[in-house]
Write a new protein. Structure first.
Length: 399
């Protein structure tokens, strides 16, 4: 009886090789699974399913993880205004967590004794997938043919051609990884430390030139409405905003990051909706949260984003931080107004019943109504008292 293996399958070169190798060389019964985190159309998913069966899988499953990806991951990235190295909204690293967890669940469902993925030995994904599998399905064998045999792209193509596999072996000039929280773009320009991706490398081209106003409605930190539309789930609001903001070519950049395995890398990305949402959400928070709420959120969110990027979503500290982030969002409700323009956007203001910038407590730099000048005179003396003592004591010692 053949051993059963679940293979995370994308339909690309690496995972196509894995199907043929595992079925024909190793005698495995391969059950492929693709986890959609917002990067595939229905037509593309059907094509991938056809390819899987044509390569020889025993069964193929499509898991729609868009909503669970939001509920378990994206929601907290918004609450924390998470941008890796102040630049990158964790478009790919975050979705890998959702994909790995969904694959592990499918392994449990099928009772497979092994799980396989097409990662090479060079990047972050191998660590993310392996770690999740070790934690969620301990004892299940992890098979990674491309990594283990150190296969080159040419060797994979040669093998598949010899097996009579018909597919487009031409390497695209740019590797694109699309998901609901942004699209990564890699090419020759990102392999060195200098060079910007050309206009044509980005999947969403600039087609809107005239500035456009958009209003975003948040409830307890979650995007629930765009302009006059409200949505049943924030993923629908994100996709709708993407359709409006994407054609302005907003949210393009190159991220320079530290990989889990210790090397630095560059990757281009476009993330119109995520960048607008994060900046709009942060603007609303600056109006409705206290300075210490904002300060601690920044510190915890930076750790949360880094630990998530490194595949550690199942560490219980992540649940602790999520509880804090959730608690911090109770008053983050209101509308944020944004002007969209080619390649950029501007947050122009907010309206919220919880706005702490209320004129009845005074106007910054102009008039106060909650205290007198004498109050401030005394406060200033006391607030700086210990520092004054330090300078006096230490000034005498030096003298």
């Amino acid at each position: 009886m053949s051993k059963k293996v679940v293979l995370g399958f994308s339909g690309g070169l690496d995972t196509s090789y894995c199907v043929k190798y595992l079925t024909e060389e190793k005698g495995y019964e391969v059950h492929s699974v693709i986890v959609n985190t917002g990067g595939f159309t229905d037509a593309e998913l059907q094509e991938i399913e056809k390819r899987a069966y044509s390569l020889g899988v025993k069964s193929h499953k499509t898991v729609n993880a868009v909503r669970s990806y939001y509920d378990k991951v994206i929601k907290y990235l918004v609450f924390g205004n998470v941008l890796k190295n102040n630049t990158y909204p964790l478009s790919v690293s975050a979705e890998r967590m959702s994909q790995a967890m969904a694959i592990a669940e499918y392994v449990k469902e099928t009772g497979a004794t092994a799980v396989a993925h097409g990662s090479t030995g060079a990047g972050n994904d191998q660590v993310r997938f392996d770690m999740i599998f070790h934690i969620m399905i301990p004892g299940v064998e992890i098979i990674t043919p491309i990594r283990d045999m150190k296969l080159s792209r040419e060797q994979e193509i040669e093998y598949l051609r010899a097996k009579g596999v018909q597919m487009n072996f031409e390497k695209a000039m740019y590797s694109i990884n699309k998901g609901i929280w942004g699209t990564s773009v890699g090419g020759k320009e990102t392999l060195t430390s200098n060079g910007m991706l050309p206009e044509e490398a980005f999947p969403t081209q600039l087609t809107k030139k005239d500035p456009e106003q958009v209003s975003l409605k948040f409830e307890k930190g979650e995007l629930v409405g765009v302009n006059d539309k409200t949505f049943g789930h924030p993923t629908e609001a994100i996709q709708y905003l993407q359709s409006i903001a994407g054609p302005f070519a907003i949210g393009r950049d190159i991220h320079v990051g530290d990989t889990i395995i210790g090397i630095k890398g560059r990757v281009g990305f476009e993330a119109a909706a995520p960048m607008v949402i994060l900046k709009a959400h942060h603007a609303l928070e600056k109006h409705v949260l206290t300075k210490w709420q904002l300060s601690w959120k920044d510190q915890l969110a930076q750790f949360y984003g880094n630990w998530l990027h490194e595949g550690q979503i199942l560490d219980p500290v992540m649940r602790d931080i999520e509880a804090y982030l959730e608690s911090s969002q109770q008053q983050v409700t209101g509308q944020v107004f944004v002007t969209l323009m080619p390649y950029r956007f501007q947050v122009t203001g907010i309206e919220s019943p919880y706005d702490l910038m209320s004129s009845k407590f005074g106007k910054y730099g102009e008039m106060n109504s909650g205290w007198s000048g004498e109050d401030v005179r005394g406060f200033s003396k006391i607030f700086g008292n210990q520092t004054m003592i330090w300078h006096q004591v230490n000034g005498q010692q030096k003298g």
